[in-house]
Every structure is written in C-alpha cells, then in structure tokens.
Design a protein around this ligand. Structure first.
Ligand code: TXE
Length: 483
C-alpha cells in the first residue's frame, strides 16, 4: 500500500486529523493507495501557506515564472512511464493512452502557458494628445482548483499552469478516486524550483476538503471541472462571497454523420470518439445521428460497420499495450452505467452490442462497449442524461433541421462533431449547434489557444490562452495625464 501526503508550504505533511481514505485499483479491485482525508483545518493551513507565498511570487518576473513552468514540463516528461502507470492503476485507462495522451498533454499545458505568458501584451490607448490609458493585468491571489478523475493529471495541470504563471498561488484538490499522479507532480514541482506555498495540494473528499476550499474566505476564485450536479452546488456555495468562478461540467455530445461523410477515412475516429478512455471523457460523443433519407443504404452500412468496429475493440488489462479499453473508474460508477443500460432497454431502445460485464473479465470494473439504436425514442432518458461510460446510441435523421433540433434538445452544450465532405453542410450546421466546441471531420483535436468550455448546463466561462489570462487575472485601467 502506498501512502501519499498533502503538500503544503513546500512540505509533505499528514492531514491534521490523521485520517486516510483507501483508493482501489479498478483493474484488480485491490486497495493500493491511502490518501489523506483532509478537512477544513488542512485547507486553512494551505490557504495560509499560499497567502504567504503570494507577494513574492506575484512580484517575480514573468520570465522567471515561465522558466519554472518549462522545468516542470521537462520533469513530467522525465517521469512519463511512472506517471502513465500510476494514472492507469488509479483510473483504469490503458497505459498506452496515458503515455500518448494524458502525460504528454500534461507537460504541454505547462509549456504552453509558459509561452503564452512570455508573449502576453497589454492594451493601451491615447485619449487625446496628453492623456493615455493602459491596462495592468494583476493576479488575484489564492486560486482554488478542483479536478475530476477521468483525465486526472491533464485536467489538474490545465488549471495549475495558468494559475501560477500569471502570478497567483493555488490550492488544488484532485479527485479522491485518482490522486496518485497529483502527488508525483508535487515532487516534480518542488524539484523544478516552485517556491514553497506557491502550489499546495490538499487531498480528500469533495464534500469535506472540496467544500472547505470552495467556501474558504481567503480563496477568491474557483476553477472546477466535474459533474453538473457538483458544479451547481459549488456555484451556490460561492455566490454569497461573489467569487470568480469557472465551471467545466458534463456533456451529452452529438456526433452528426451526413451521407457524404468519408467513412473509410473517419470510421475509426468516430468509434474512438465514442469509447476513448472507456467513454469517460466529457467530450466523448454519446448520441450518434446518421443521415438516412429515402434510401437507407448509407445508414444501414454505418450501423453495421460501427458495431463491427466496436466489437473489435480490445477490452482488458490496461497495462497491456494492445488494450484500448480498461475498467471503469469504480464499482459505483459501473453500477451507474449498468443502470442506464437497463433503463434504455426498458425504454424500448434496441441493444446492438455490448450491454454487460465481459465474461472474460470477472475481476475489475470492466464493461463492454455498448451500442443502442434509437428509432422514435428521442425522449428516452439515455438521450438526455450523461452516462459518462462506454455507451452510445445511433439514431437516423432525414434533414439538417431535424438533426439540429435533436442535437440541441438536451440541457448540455459542451461539444459536437460533424462528419461530412460538404463545406456548406459543415459550416452551416456548426453555426446552429449549441456547443462550446464543434469538430468537423476530427475529434478532440485541442488547440489550447482557443476558448474551451460549454454552454447551458455544461458550464460557465471559458479557459484557453486569452480566456485563462482573463480568468486568472483582473484588469486594472490606469489613466494618465502628462502635460
Ligand atoms: O464527480 P464530481 P463524480 C460527471 C459524470 C459523472 C458525474 C459524477 O457524469 O458520472 O459527473 O462524477 C469534487 N465541493 N463528470 O461524482 O463529484 C470531487 O472530490 C467541492 C464529468 O465523480 O463532480 C472531485 O475532485 N468539490 C466530468 C471533483 O469535485 C467537490 C468529470 C469532481 O467530482 C464537491 C467527472 C463539493 N461539494 C465527472 N463534491 C467532466 N466534466 O469531465 C465533489 N467535489
């Protein structure tokens, strides 16, 4: 059993109350990690350490801070194997996906924001011949950063990097289900020269450590990624203190396939967009709409080919480099996914493949990649609620108006993908979708310079190059008369 500790003021320390939570490896079901069960007293210590570090850190030259971020990126790359194995043991993702996606993207987050901060310029404007204004962007103070379990290191670093490069200090609370790589990151940050107190990690439960962080009087901004129910609770908790808030929440993303889509080229990516990371990515497409019209040949061929590709996905031991899908993150989460499969069947959807625990994997929280077809059941709950697992539906459509109406019919609005060879269909449809990001003939290509976030119940605010500067700093206008 590995025991990890909080990281406060540059020191590893036990939680004040001395209690730990046991984290389970979802592949073996063995308890393998003990994480501090931190409470408000631990958050308070972290807030004091972060506040103490703030004046010196915010006064450092941007170039100094950026250089430290670059060193963190190198530190992550140097420990890539260790991080990928820890991420897989904690979350269930395949090691090969952690090696090619999570860990390199985590390093890239630091390198990207180091570069962005180096190139940041501020606005100035003359009012008349002897009056001018300019804007200073100032760090805010101690940032509270709360991250989920699906892409643990990637989403944590997406918050830490911009928070600190623009001069804030921070307290981060990773998910209690996946805390291991955050702990390793603390060592990397210390070795990279992050001064004590600039980044503090407090581990524990959402309702305890998370809630204490959100409510802390000396933490004026909160960046949260997680479920919509939790996001709503956090919005309520911060409202009385008028904190700055960014929420990246769930999705029920449509995948729209027109008849002229090049399936030879794109089918594998459409399947990947449905099941990557066991479908536990807020950006996964979970409702596939395929054009049918008068002649159903294209629709039927799509369904047949999609099911064939899904059946061919390798589900199993995530440490095997050939594995595409490992187990789901926890027993509770698998039960949630299973309950949606049962619900969909009771609502009349037709099961095309999957739908159960694989017979070859009696141990571990595995679940088969599952495909349903929808005819008229557009009101079924599975068409509207986030399952966050390897379950997708395929429904036919006859016109762009119809598919746009279905795509926009949920309370979510995070992402969508469109598959077509027609520029006109692609752009005209993209413009009509309620979504923060629309991909055309690709999926999950992330340009960090672009705004990222959702509309409706998928979130509040955006993060990305310009958006993160705006979120993690406050502008101050200075107006000067010099005659
Ligand atoms: O996430 P939570 P859960 C969706 C997905 C999933 C559902 C619930 O549908 O099935 O959310 O997942 C911390 N104050 N997504 O319950 O609770 C918690 O400790 C402060 C989508 O596992 O949202 C963790 O660090 N913090 C999503 C983080 O919030 C609190 C990724 C996320 O946990 C808290 C994950 C509180 N009161 C789940 N309660 C995405 N958008 O990518 C919990 N937390």
């Amino acid at each position: 059993m590995i025991r990890i500790q909080n990281f406060i003021g540059g020191e590893f320390c036990a939680p004040v109350g001395g209690a730990y939570i046991v984290s389970v490896n979802p592949t073996t079901e063995d308890a393998y990690l003990e994480i501090p069960r931190s409470q408000s007293a631990d958050v308070d210590l972290a807030a004091k350490a972060a506040a103490k570090a703030f004046p010196a850190w915010s006064a450092r030259k941007i170039e100094d801070r950026a250089e430290i971020l670059d060193r963190i990126a190198f530190g992550i790359e140097a420990r890539r194997d260790e991080l990928a194995n820890a991420e897989s043991a904690d979350q269930g993702k395949s090691v090969s996906i952690a090696m090619s996606l999570d860990i390199p993207r985590a390093a890239h987050n630091f390198r990207f924001f180091a570069g962005a901060a180096r190139h940041e310029v501020s606005v100035s404007a003359p009012l008349d011949s002897n009056t001018m204004s300019y804007v200073r962007r100032e760090p805010i103070g101690v940032a509270g950063l709360i991250s989920p379990w699906n892409l643990p290191l990637y989403l944590l670093t997406w918050k830490i990097a911009p928070a600190i490069v623009y001069g804030n200090t921070c307290i981060a609370k990773p998910s209690e289900l996946t805390s291991h790589t955050a702990f390793i990151l603390c060592e990397i940050m210390r070795d990279a020269g992050v001064p004590p107190g600039v980044v503090n990690l407090v581990f524990g439960l959402g309702a305890e450590a998370g809630q204490a962080l959100v409510e802390h009087r000396d933490v004026p901004l909160i960046s949260f990624t997680g479920g919509t129910v939790t996001g709503r609770k956090i919005a309520q908790a911060v409202a009385p203190q008028l904190k700055k808030l960014s929420l990246e929440l769930g999705g029920k993303n449509p995948t729209i396939v027109f008849k002229d889509a090049d399936l030879k080229k794109h089918m594998k990516m459409i399947v990947r967009s449905s099941f990557l990371n066991q479908g536990e990515i807020c950006l996964c497409g979970s409702r596939i709409y395929v054009e049918r019209g008068q002649d159903p040949t294209f629709y039927n061929a799509f369904v047949q080919e999609f099911v064939r590709e899904t059946r061919a996905l390798i589900v199993g031991d995530p440490t095997d480099r050939k594995t595409f899908m490992g187990p789901l993150v926890s027993r509770d989460h698998r039960e949630k996914v299973q309950s949606y499969v049962e619900l969909a069947q009771s609502e009349g959807l037709k099961l095309l493949c999957g739908g159960k625990i694989p017979a070859s994997q009696p141990r571990g929280f595995f679940f088969e990649p599952t495909v349903f077809s929808v005819e008229a059941q557009h009101a079924a709950r599975i068409q509207h609620e986030e399952v966050f697992g390897p379950v997708v539906t395929i429904a036919p459509f006859d016109s762009t108006d119809e598919v746009v109406a279905h795509a926009n019919s949920t309370r979510y609005g995070l992402a969508a993908s469109i598959w077509t060879e027609s520029l006109t269909s692609a752009h005209a449809t993209a413009a009509r979708l309620h979504a923060g990001t629309v991909w055309i003939n690709t999926w999950m290509a992330r340009d960090l310079r672009m705004p990222f976030g959702g509309v409706k119940e998928s979130g509040l605010g955006r993060e990305g190059q310009l958006d993160s500067v705006q979120f993690f700093t406050e502008p101050k206008t200075i107006c000067l008369r010099y005659d």
